[in-house]
Write a protein that binds this ligand. Sequence first.
Ligand code: UN1
Length: 516
Amino acid sequence: MASNLASIIGGHPAGGSPAGTVRSPNPACLTDLVAEVQLADAATFAAACAAAKRAQEPWARIPAPVRGRAVAAIGRIVEANKEALARLVTRELGKPYAEALGEVQEIIDTCDFFLGEGRRLYGQTIPSEMPDKQLFTFRVPVGAVAVVTAGNFPVAVPSWYLVPALVAGNTVVWKPAEYAAASARALFDLIQAAGLPEGVLNLVYADGPATFAGLEQALRYGTIDKIGFTGSTAVGTRIGELAGRHLQVPCLELGGKNPMVVTPSTDIELAVEGALFSGFGTAGQRCTSLGTVIVHDSVHDEFIAAFAAATAAAPVGDPAEDVLYGPMLDQRFATRFEEYLGWIQPHHKVLGSSGTGRISGANPRAGFVGDPEAGLFYHPTIVDGVQPGDALFRQETFGPVVGVTTYTNLADAIALANAPGYGLSSAIYTNDPREAFEFRQGISAGMVSVNNSTSGAEAHLPFGGNGQSGNGSRQSGIWVLDQFTRWQSMNWDYSGRLQKAQMDVADLAADLDYRL
Ligand code: UN1
């Protein structure tokens, strides 16, 4: 049964659909409608920001350990609903159930990490250069935060923003992807069950233009103090410009063209396993998905034969079954993926399946699990022989396509890995520690895997990228607290007189000419 979903602002449904409605179908079975979504307009988005702003000061006055207990409760409530939430994620986004369970676990892990932060949020006591004076630092919440997220991780990635933002004393307006509306609503309800006061977390369904216009208004009115955005580099650039005009630094988590270097010293089977999971897991629709394999020319033939065979044999299809991947998340990604397939050129060699493009009765995939015509299923595609000038080498290609190219010395491999100008995730397969550290030092990516997939980061390490992948902001672990708090310093002089810094400071007479 489809649910009818509206935005929730200040604890109340914001009824009506001033900007129309959209449908969120099951991408594995397009006749299964998951939700009908009422879209808000820019004014409604701005009203949500105003509600969040009003709720922020009272929320920040609730002691941080109490806010930490709310995060503990969110973790336990999500854990108790793990299977139900994962089933919904599978139904709405087509993510294989085992992966969906992992995604929900990532929320629980995030809550486990941050529940104690309510009892830390440490500041420092620092000695002053003068007597009878003490210095301190405090972490202060940023204020009201707008969080705009993609639907490839419809609940885990939002939790990376919501949980630390809330524990640090911020309030939130969350704008999820429209095609992930039901999963977003489920997470919203689970969070609300932890007893958050009205207006602390607000959920707004809106399309891109209304969201952008709403953000513009909110920034002008001073009701949004921080933007967190996960999505494309193109939209992230516009959000960065908009925030910059208001002297704000957004937290941007953007695309990637994540490289994997395969060296001759490695176990090729292990590298193939990593390439298969990071290239085709989630149908290649992670920001951490593998873009290009850069394989040493001495092992290219062995690698490509094994990678093509493993890809051809991998089960693709119904995400409720045990498959490597299911459908594209939504029609818009399927349409765009077909454009990327148009970048394949005569000098490329295509491997990995019994066809390319959309899987259908007329274009079948050997071993497909379920009915391919029911949903948005695409053949896995390996493109061997990509070159630095190719669009397939330079651009992010959100979907199940992996490029392969070769190198002869590691410095060239690193240069190739950096060439597209993204810098999110990266991997090297090697048994030579010197190569691993040389790669780490030379790679521009924010995240480096050694003998592991480009995707699948743990929830408590800094997550984020450089270049086209982001503005250097980091999520997760203690590092994300710098996104959602600002440092305030305090000095307290209890000497009863004005002591001037740098001027009224005692000096010990040092003999700098002293020698042994
Ligand atoms: C994303 O695709 O936006 O590291 C996030 C990973 C996941 C998160 C991906 N834990 O692949």
